[in-house]
Design a protein around this ligand. Structure first.
Ligand code: HEM
Length: 443
């Protein structure tokens, strides 16, 4: 059965005509399609691609019938970098790996990282002098990489040798650059591919070096790397070096790219909404009274948490999830997805659905007041995904977001350097296209 003709959406010709707009502003184009056509939109691309917005359909795809869906889309560009790590692997490898790594991410286990997050943030922010202009995205990229490196692998990536931290950032930047253009295979020696290969080699050598050093460490720290090295599958075999490398790179990358974007967007939105900034800083002054935040402060830093949640609604760092159907499937809304079709669960579009988020482009943290939040259905908002593939780092990320924001904003106010046009660029994650420059003011 094939119901494609019944699913509304633009024709191929309309898509071709819209191409300049799609290149300029893909996320808003998709949001407009949902406004025009409704909760399911068919895009006649290489594979029939269905954009789905109905919360019940999203739950079905991510949770109830997840076995019928594999990952699809832009992750392919990063395949060489991520290998068969947790983000890219599929069944039967994925559940085995997830089972081994899950204990490292339990709330109780990550609580101890709170202090480290605050200290690393404080060290970085102390370097931002009064009146200085900072490239916020670059600063946060190095900070969040240091946080995830030290928490999960007990290493200070940026201090471990010339260029290690920069190599991670370089891999990411070059993937971004390659994604922006036409992705030529890596044997084409264009400068972006060459820089990417150089960065990749540095990253690979670094991770392999870490593994060798750890194997001979008489007192190994109790961290994720030790867990991966000591792990045994049910049949008694150990994880291959390649698999450990893939998991390590995946976590270092997934753990800092998304965080950088989440914090960048939050600080950008705050700079545009002084009243929200003022309310947040009042909360910090009351709760922290000048000391660094810790995990135990999280329940009291409620408004800070609401600001981050609302930022991820307006600018979700993971802006879309892409899946491919293994078999035909019928969604709760009645839509039939043919075998081998692609499905876009686009957070950018869903989080701006006026049915659940009135005046959706307005930045309003009060939407996350528990009494109001109760009114939306589950899966109207899903910045961390859902089901067996939901973000393993969700609790880590929520804690890091609040602690970094609180540490910075209790000491500083960041104001947008005038004259910048901040445009969201939807690549693997949603980042500000040309970065964000901020002026630092000490409070
Ligand atoms: C604000 C920050 C973050 C956001 C918005 C975010 C978002 C997401 C989303 C939406 C997924 C699901 C992808 C899918 O279903 O296709 C995901 C998966 C994942 N995230 Fe995050 N993430 C964040 C932070 C982190 C951090 C800090 C880490 C690690 C320390 C991390 C590690 C991962 C991993 C390993 C996966 C793959 C999980 C699996 O498939 O089993 N993320 N993330």
């Amino acid at each position: 059965m094939n119901n494609q003709p019944k699913t509304p959406g633009p024709s191929r010709l309309q898509l071709v005509r819209a191409y300049p707009r799609i290149r300029r502003d893909l996320t808003r184009y998709l949001a407009d399609l949902a406004t025009q056509y409704g909760d399911t939109v068919l895009l006649p691309l290489r594979y029939p691609t269905y954009m789905v917005r109905n919360p019940a359909d999203i739950k079905h795809i991510l949770v109830a019938n997840f076995q019928n869906y594999h990952k699809a889309g832009g992750l392919k560009v990063g395949e060489e970098l991520f290998g068969q790590g947790l983000v890219t692997s599929e069944c039967p490898l994925h559940p085995k790996q997830r089972r081994i790594m899950q204990p490292m991410f339990h709330r109780g286990t990550i609580a101890k990282f709170g202090e480290l997050m605050a200290v690393l943030t404080n060290d970085r922010a102390c370097g931002w002098t009064d009146g200085a202009l900072i490239n916020l995205s670059t600063e946060l990229m190095h900070l969040t990489l240091a946080i995830v490196g030290q928490s999960l692998f007990s290493v200070h990536v940026s201090q471990d040798g010339p260029g290690i931290g920069s190599a991670f950032v370089q891999c990411q930047t070059e993937i971004t650059r390659i994604q922006r253009g036409f992705p030529l295979p890596s044997f084409f020696r264009i400068p972006a591919n060459r820089r990417y290969q150089q960065g990749l080699k540095t990253v690979n050598d670094y991770i392999l070096g870490l593994m060798q050093t750890r194997r001979t460490d008489p007192n190994p720290p109790d961290d994720l790397l030790s867990l991966l090295l000591a792990s045994r599958y049910e049949d008694g075999t150990t994880m291959s070096d390649q698999q450990i490398r893939d998991e390590a790179v995946t976590l270092l990358m997934a753990g800092h790219e998304t965080m950088t974007n989440s914090l960048s967007w939050a600080l950008y939105l705050l700079s545009q909404h002084p009243q929200v900034m003022q309310k947040l800083q009042q909360e910090l002054d009351t709760v922290l009274a000048g000391r660094l935040p810790a995990m135990a402060d999280l329940p009291a830093l409620r408004y800070t948490d609401m600001v981050l949640a609302e930022s991820m609604r307006v600018f979700p760092p993971a802006w879309t999830l892409a899946r491919r159907t293994l078999q035909e499937d019928v969604l709760p809304s009645g839509l039939t997805l043919p075998v081998n079709s692609e499905v876009l669960l686009c957070q950018f579009v869903c989080h701006r659905n006026p049915k659940y988020f009135p005046d959706p482009t307005r930045f309003d943290p009060e939407r996350f007041d528990p009494a109001i939040k109760k009114e939306w259905p589950q899966f109207a908002y899903f910045p961390f995904g859902a089901g067996p593939r939901y973000c393993i780092g969700e609790s880590f990320a929520k804690m890091e977001g609040v602690i970094v924001l609180a540490t910075i904003l209790q000491q500083l106010t960041l104001k947008l350097k005038p004259g910048q046009n901040i445009i969201p660029e939807p690549l693997i994650t949603l980042r500000p296209k040309n970065g964000i420059w901020m002026k630092v003011t000490r409070r």
